[in-house]
Design a protein around this ligand. Structure first.
Ligand SMILES: Cc1cc2nc3c(=O)[nH]c(=O)nc-3n(C[C@H](O)[C@H](O)[C@H](O)COP(=O)(O)OP(=O)(O)OC[C@H]3O[C@@H](n4cnc5c(N)ncnc54)[C@H](O)[C@@H]3O)c2cc1C
Length: 550
């Protein structure tokens, strides 16, 4: 995995901008069924507002300001400001937007909470969720946890150990934390190299152009809110015993037996991490299946593979209380009974935008349900001078999306290039074990959208597992619109799926057809070559004939 550099971040999930021809009607049917983190938000006249950003021409660059003899000060309708831009929150989106704005000549200040591995209303750290409590520490733990499976696989290849390898939790945590410190330092450098001033403290909005940081007042022509989100734990008896994803990434000891509540991508990833690190893992999901919104076959396939690795799924089972016994162990009381003996109970039950107690409603910034900031296509809020990006707006909660929104905002406001964030198709990954990755439509969405669909699937035992003797399999799916021959969706669950899918996403973005896939030469021997060798459809969906056609 590449790490952030001063020119941009490389993450494991990327945004791309293929124009898939969804109709508005289909979109509106699909969006509620797709989890926020993996929605394909497509532009349509009725589902998104398309008006131009209001009052854009007020920006004057730092150069213009100083030529007017006012260092770093802009003017609007006779008003003077300390800065052109004040950003609240130095996570993925805030850092990107501030850096780009400064490169366009704006005078920029950003505020961020003091560093801590666990977030709160008073703690955070430069780099934000992705770097400190999300993508990066999670992926480091995935790497660590994958070794146990590799050790198992290795026996068939002739490896024998006199004793089972022992994992040192303290070493993992110390190295992970050292890496996070390094990364937060890199982010600070990114800001200072771009000329962005960093202030440590909690930002609060007190006027359309005014921010209060721990009692000190700053004014800016534009304010950008990029405060991200935090884990949400439902209010049930015993919630004080529960940990969230922040804490799960920074435990002092390896859990002996852990209950993970939730069926989304964060729950699946942590189930794989703790299973790989030899904890006993139980996953409780309210629904019948994990990963709502993903391709149905992928949902079944990944749950089966994870079960084979020893994870126990409790489906349609919702925790109602967590009880601590005298020996310190926790019991999970559900609608179906009580399961005892957990050292840890982790809730991965969603996240909420960090918009509480920020003074937003007072200045007229409209909030949607659960505190998400309402914005137009240009990330402008209901107050002209206040903008919002990233998880705080609860559009598509992924790092590359926050980066894209930050870049679009900076271009719109500080480079006179009105730029809409583009959500037309977003490849995504789940770093479960085995991992999942996808780009484009699920089979269910494609049937609704196009009607006439050919589906090519392959469910196979990878070469490595023929000798390892383990029951691992890989699953791949290509979905093709038969009217155009265009590949409209690709899905994979199996080793290296996210790495493979990033390349496939380019092909799908370029609008390539199934025959382009078919004429591509495979790389042999790989699992990925399967994507260019699937010739016979597994299923054909055809629209029912209308009455006039019968
Ligand atoms: C466990 C986990 C795993 C994830 N894995 C992935 C993944 O693999 N791939 C992926 O693309 N995405 C992943 N994500 C999602 C990703 O981390 C977020 O989508 C991304 O970080 C959002 O960026 P942001 O800029 O909106 O907010 P954030 O990165 O959350 O940054 C917001 C910043 O604002 C600060 N802040 C909040 N309030 C204030 C205030 N009042 N004043 C000053 N500062 C404030 C916070 O401290 C924080 O630093 C994961 C998330 C989690 C929780």
């Amino acid at each position: 995995m590449r790490i952030p550099d001063p020119h941009g971040m490389t993450m494991t999930v990327s945004l791309y901008t293929q124009k898939l021809p969804f109709s508005t009607a289909t979109l509106q049917t699909l969006i509620p069924r797709i989890p926020i983190a993996h929605r394909f938000l497509l532009h349509s006249s009725s589902s998104t507002r398309t008006f131009a950003p209001r009052n854009l021409r007020r920006f004057c660059t730092r150069a213009e300001s100083s030529s007017a003899g006012e260092k770093g000060v802009g003017e609007s309708k006779g008003q003077k400001f300390d800065f052109d831009l004040f950003t609240i929150g130095a996570g993925s989106g805030g850092v990107r937007a501030s850096r780009f704005a400064a490169n366009f000549g704006a005078s920029v200040t950003i505020c961020e909470l003091p560093f801590a591995t666990i977030s709160s209303e008073l703690t955070g750290g430069v780099g934000g969720t992705c770097v400190l409590r999300g993508c990066v520490p999670k992926k480091l733990m995935v790497y660590s946890s994958k070794y146990s499976h590799a050790f198992e696989e290795s026996h068939g290849f002739g490896w024998n150990y006199e004793a089972d390898p022992v994992h040192d939790w303290e070493v993992l945590m110390a190295n992970k934390n050292a890496e996070l410190q390094r990364l937060t330092g890199i982010y600070k450098n990114i800001l200072s190299n771009a000329g962005v001033q960093l202030i440590e403290g909690r930002g609060k909005i007190v006027g359309p152009h005014t921010v209060d940081v721990d009692g000190k007042i700053y004014t800016a022509r534009h304010i950008l809110i990029s405060v991200g989100g935090r884990p949400f734990i439902p209010d049930i008896p015993g919630k004080e015993y529960v940990i969230d994803s922040d804490a799960a990434l920074d435990l002092p000891l390896r859990p002996g037996k852990i209950a993970i509540v939730g069926g989304g991508y964060i729950a699946m990833e942590f189930a794989g991490i703790f299973n790989g690190l030899n904890s006993e893992v139980h996953v409780f999901i309210r629904q019948k299946k994990v990963l709502r919104g993903f391709d149905e076959e992928v949902r079944d396939f990944v749950a089966e593979q994870m079960s084979l690795r020893g994870i126990e799924f409790h489906t349609e089972e919702s925790p109602q209380a967590i009880i601590k016994s005298a020996d310190g162990l926790l019991s999970v009381k559900t609608n179906k009974g009580t399961i005892d003996g957990f050292s840890h109970v982790m809730f991965a039950t969603g996240r909420r935008p960090n918009t509480k107690n920020m003074g937003l409603e007072k200045v007229g910034v409209k909030l949607a349900d659960k505190g998400a900031i309402e914005v137009n296509d240009y990330s402008q809020t209901s107050v002209d001078s206040i903008w919002a990006i990233g998880d705080a707006t609860d559009r598509v909660n992924l790092t590359p999306v926050a980066l894209m929104e930050g870049g679009a905002f900076a271009k719109t406001v500080f480079d006179n290039q009105p730029t809409k964030a583009d959500y037309r198709a977003i490849p995504a990954a789940v770093f479960s074990q085995p991992p999942i990755s996808q780009v484009g439509l699920t089979e269910e969405q494609a049937v609704l959208e196009y009607g006439d669909i050919d589906v090519f699937t392959s469910n196979f035992r990878p070469l490595k597992e023929t000798i390892s003797g383990l029951p691992d399999r890989s699953f791949m799916k290509i979905i093709v619109s038969t009217t155009t021959d265009k590949v409209v969706g690709v899905h994979m669950c199996g080793e290296d799926a996210p790495e493979i899918m990033q390349g496939i996403a380019i092909a799908v973005k370029a609008g390539l057809s199934k025959s382009d896939f078919d004429t591509t030469i495979g790389i042999h021997p790989t699992a990925a070559e399967e994507f260019v060798t699937m010739r016979t459809p597994t299923r054909k969906h055809r629209k029912p004939l209308s009455e006039s056609e019968v």
